[in-house]
Design a protein around this ligand. Structure first.
Ligand code: NAD
Length: 450
């Protein structure tokens, strides 16, 4: 469903009216277009501590325009406030901040940039996870980055985003994948997130096809977010297997044919679903995306057992049972990537969605609990928690709630299926084993559960 308010707010009359009345003024976000090669089309500014130099050495693969401010990374041109170009991407390494006094570096670095950002600019702050630091003052300084970055993300305008990445020991050499995602339009609808990276043994070898040679299964792939995930994984070089219920067969087969993939019609709640899947995947699987999901909304007072059971069965029980069976049978190969489609309802709760929110929170808990046990096989498991995404599922929400869902975020609009798909495609990469047991929100920094 198209968002007519964005069209209105971006017309010349609408822009003036929205400004005069102080209404939300969402901009059209820049998104990744087919055929694009460079993650950053514009100036990248690098500053801060010891990781800045390391980033400047890989930055030439991201953009032609590399600038530094406050430090002198060897491969960068000095950026002068008021004279340097407008910035499309910014990375500030705050990993060496250890005292309250040093936090002023954040203000000193970012303040001059605020009026020099291009449309849909992407900003990153790098730090060290506070829980890994012994010195309480250093841990406190690093934790302060979280409050700073989430607040600054809310102050950004014109579709700009900002995230904080805590870089763990051994993860310093693996920043290219996260930078390619978080500094490019692939992360257009991700903002205000805190991400933890650890070491990972596997790497992407060809950035034009980061999923080449990988086999991916996407459930609920006939339409909406699942269809977009299948398309994006195929774009990135994966061999895709699309699964959906038998009534969706014709749409599923048409999409599978277009993507050069294979279709499996199967109800993931069927008693023999695990056996059928194992039989149909004799060569194993590298990427498993549990996207199929349903809503059956009612307040708890009116919740029927059927509504409760159906949502828990599809959204939570089936991903648990199928993942375990695919792991136990060896179908899921070493270094596999498992991605569970959760929801911000599972983080914030939502009136009328006790069943749905329980199922989605359960998926986040599943990723957190399972991840440490899969580390020795190099397998990662994560949840992706979308906010309001424009699909058939959200088109059925009553108008008032739909508008609230769209506007109650820093970006002031709903996301597109492509936004969720890009996040899934990043997590599916070989190098993304550095990110596991976490929930990545794709919600435009929704105020819900933030
Ligand atoms: N749209 C949003 O705003 C939003 C927000 C947060 C989370 N999500 C989650 O993202 C996922 C995709 O959402 P969507 O909006 O594209 O939904 P959708 O309803 O458009 O598509 C879901 C797909 O899952 C399939 N499916 C349902 N039950 C199945 C079963 N038992 N076996 C196999 N396939 C089954 C459906 O046939 C459908 O093709 C869901 O898990 C949803 O909960 C969506």
């Amino acid at each position: 469903m198209s968002d007519r308010y964005i069209d209105f707010a971006n017309s010349s009359f609408g822009h003036r009216l929205v400004g005069a009345l102080g209404l939300p003024s969402p901009v059209r976000l820049e998104r990744w277009q087919a055929g694009r090669l460079r993650p950053i089309e514009g100036a990248l500014l690098i500053g801060g501590g010891p990781l800045a130099e390391r980033i400047s050495t890989l930055a030439s693969r991201l953009t032609d325009g590399i600038y530094s401010y406050g430090t002198e990374p060897s491969m960068a041109t000095a950026w002068i406030p008021g004279h340097g170009p407008k910035l499309k991407a910014v990375v500030f390494d705050a990993s060496d901040l250890q005292h309250t006094d040093q936090l002023k570096q954040l203000r000193e670095f970012f303040q001059p940039l605020m009026k020099n950002l291009e449309h849909s600019a992407h900003l990153l702050i790098l730090g060290r996870a506070p829980e890994t630091l012994r010195d309480p003052f250093a841990a406190s300084a690093q934790r302060a980055l979280e409050g700073f970055s989430r607040s600054l993300a809310k102050e950004l305008r014109s579709g700009a985003t900002l995230q904080l990445i805590y870089v763990g020991d051994g993860a310093e050499d693996q920043l290219e994948g996260p930078l390619r995602f978080f500094l490019s339009p692939k992360s257009a609808f991700v903002s205000g997130q805190v991400i933890r990276l650890s070491a990972c043994a596997t790497q992407v070898s060809d950035w034009t096809r980061p999923l080449a040679g990988r086999k991916a299964l996407v459930t609920g792939a006939a339409r909406g977010i699942g269809a977009s995930i299948a398309e994006t994984l195929a774009r990135d070089g994966a061999e895709v297997i699309l699964l959906d219920v038998p009534p969706a067969k014709s749409d599923l087969e048409a999409l599978a044919a277009r993507l050069g993939g294979r279709a499996i019609t199967l109800d993931i709640c069927a008693d023999d679903a695990a056996t059928q899947l194992i039989e149909q995947l004799p060569d194993g699987l590298d990427i498993l995306v549990h996207n199929a999901g349903i809503t059956r909304d009612k307040t708890l007072a009116n919740m029927t057992p059927e509504f409760w059971d159906a949502v828990l069965a599809v959204n939570l029980n089936a991903p648990q049972v199928l993942t375990k069976a695919l792991l136990d049978s060896g179908t899921l190969r070493d270094n596999a990537r498992v991605i569970l489609l959760a929801s911000i309802s599972g983080i914030a709760g939502n009136r009328g969605q006790t069943n749905y929110a329980a199922s989605k929170a359960g998926l986040i808990g599943l990723a957190q609990a399972w991840a440490p046990t899969l580390l020795d096989r190099g397998i990662s498991i994560n949840a992706v928690a979308p906010g309001f995404i424009e699909t058939q599922m959200t088109a059925h929400i009553p108008f008032g709630l739909r508008e609230a869902g769209r506007r109650m975020s820093s970006l002031g609009q709903g996301g597109l299926p492509q936004d969720v798909a890009e996040a899934v495609a990043w997590l599916a990469q070989p190098g993304s084993g550095a990110f596991t047991g976490q929930a990545l929100r794709v919600c435009g920094q929704s105020v819900l559960g933030a």
